[in-house]
Design a binder for this molecule. Sequence first.
Ligand SMILES: [Zn+2]
Length: 295
Amino acid sequence: MAHFELHRSKINSSNAAGNDVKKIILGLLVSASALASSNKDVPTMSGKNGYVEPFQMFDNVYYIGDKWVSSYAIDTDNGLVIIDTLDYPYSRWIPINLKKLGLAGKPITHILVTHGHSDHVGGAQLLQEMYGSKVVMTKSAHNLAIQQSNKSKGDHAFLPPALDIEIKNDSSMVINGHEFKFYLTPGHTEGDFSLDFTVEDKGIEYRAFVVGGHSVDGKDPKMIDQFLSSMEKIRKISLQPPIVKVNLSNHPHKNYLFENRDKLSTRGNPFISETNFFMFLKQQEHLAKKKIKPL
Ligand SMILES: [Zn+2]
């Protein structure tokens, strides 16, 4: 109730008025029923289904994704920032994973969605409704999310999130005291953004990068060109000191996530590497160039 009052008074004091209040009331009713029905809608948490136990990668970074798609929780002083939200209904594992990690009491203030494909945006609306989070995307990614939502069916049917903060150009945003840099990196889709921010390992800061989309559709030469320019742009940015040493790719096989997880208990943090990120960029370029058909 307190949560509701807070939102309502905020809305009433702005000029948005009636419709927004209705939307919020509706949102609260839906989210109450979503919570009540959440158990039966949660896919079986088995390895066969792609479930992965969540784990801590850095002082302030947790893996909450599944076997195929990554989702990261960044712990800031005033709440969590979630990067990508999995395919629906597997997104329903995210709140459970946060609880397992002891993070359930923290609000999810922001959800950063790298692009509009369903395996990244599938849970954004669900989490937005449950936690009142702000969703951050490009307009083009949001349009794609709407198209993907319209095509989604059965158990995989999901709604697009509301777009709260639109990324229009390369920019920086301070979220809960933590700076995130956004770069437009089209190619995988038109609306991809990539992220550049700091993670901490035992109190020492490292620069981390999330490349917003991997691989490219071979049918469209223009997109391949865009993708290659985006990779080159990312390389230039990431080589500026201090160079990027943490590859937070948005699919786990691209940063050897599970292999590195298994090495976490031994010495050092295997997610810190001088070479992994740059090898990954090279591999992405190589794969994209292979798709260019000879004339
Ligand atoms: Zn994609």
